[in-house]
Design a binder for this molecule. Sequence first.
Ligand code: ADP
Ligand code: MG
Ligand code: MG
Length: 485
Amino acid sequence: MAHAGTVGPEATVEEMRRSEGGRLASTQALTDEAIIWASLHGLLVGLGDKERPYALTHAPISVVPVPFPRDSFEKARAAMQVFNKLIDRVSRDGEYLQHTLQPAAEFDDFTAKLLDVYRATREVRKARQQDELVLAINRSDYMLDEPSSTLLQVELNTIASSFGCLSTLVSRMHRHILERSAQPGVDLGRLPQNHATEEIADAIGAAVQEYGDADAVVLFVVQPNERNSYDQQWLQQAIWERHRVRTLRCTLAEIAERGSLDASGQLRVDDSVVAVAYFRAGYSPNDYPTEVEWKAREMLESSRAAQCPSVAYQLAGAKKVQQDLAGRGVVERFVDGPEEAALIRACFAGLWSLDDLEDAATREVLARAEASPEDFVLKPQREGGGNNLYGPQILERLSQRRGLAAYILMQRIRPPINRSTLVREGKVIEVDTLSELGIYGTFVRRGDRVILNREAGHLVRTKAATSDEGGVAAGFAVLDSPYLT
Ligand code: ADP
Ligand code: MG
Ligand code: MG
């Protein structure tokens, strides 16, 4: 496969290194510059050392941006508002959600638990339907598929869509590195502006304003010992600076202890009224070690505060729903007209249900997956990286026929390979890589009134081409930004 070069043909890191004229002559010098910039500007992650909770390091990063086709980038941006609308409407269709997710829930306890909370809070939801306050911070992820030359959606995240703030900083860092290295042929106009921090903070600010209590706070629902807390801290700062709204950080266990609901559904933590509960936890079964955490989730869900996301939104972001929407005529039920549907459908990879193993189409795709597992990814209903099955793992799981309804089968996307210099905790590697583009989307609604629906910035994650999974927090990938070609 062809190597596309790191920042376009004129300016690979290798060429910058050889360049006489550039102010930064070596890969090492560029890397030093990137790490120092990151440290000086808060592009940081925790070390995850329980003894020293403030021990930190620069975020895992690519030293220079990665080439990415402009038309694909623009296509992904153009689809975001329609995706926001689609997911919102899916989240409002309780019948559809339950019907689509029930087969998975029969074999997956976590999906079953989320559906339980959804059903247990049905009455409150109905009573508030007219004035429910909704805040969504979505991120639709894509990879280029080289064989078909199309941009295909990997997944759409409705919960804990992270890295908006660090990604904004990576875009600024790459601009600095390219500008400072003064390499002839580098066009800074090819680095797209990225305002994810501001956009996400403003969506949260709009939801707080709509809640209508000047003293109310935003509750960040977090994991204990979060390594990616600086991405969150940046957002807390931006919410304060741009909207003068205070934020609190609590785990689900702390919310169970310190939270309360009054008869009107007003949520308090200690003495603070909560306008928005913003989840950076709660997407994994590990976030609910006991019933206490589930009780906290149910309390949040029963409150008048905007949940980002509500359980309905979390369910709407399930892989199973993504697969079902790709089925004939389904997206069309939720969006407005064939143009919107086409915008969305153009992004869909091959997706197959494993609900009914007697179904002829299912049998056919199972046979194909068993013959060439390398062309597929087998996905459970999980978030956060590291959960999908590949190659031999697919064969092993498929061979036990029971419980396959908990999974979806997806076409394996084959992105182009680039050569990148990646840095993690000061260690540098130069490797063949694959990149994944994420587009953020923000959405605020009160009852039937849409207050805000925006495309809200981007993220690129780059990983070694030999790694199947791509999570930055899970340790597989680094943060990157696009150099549009
Ligand atoms: P999660 O919700 O855990 O992030 P994803 O669907 O994003 O789940 O999968 C995790 C990673 O696995 C992705 O970031 C990507 O690197 C890889 N991946 C997922 N789906 C595909 C696919 N269809 N083809 C190739 N790689 C994939
Ligand atoms: Mg996800
Ligand atoms: Mg993902």
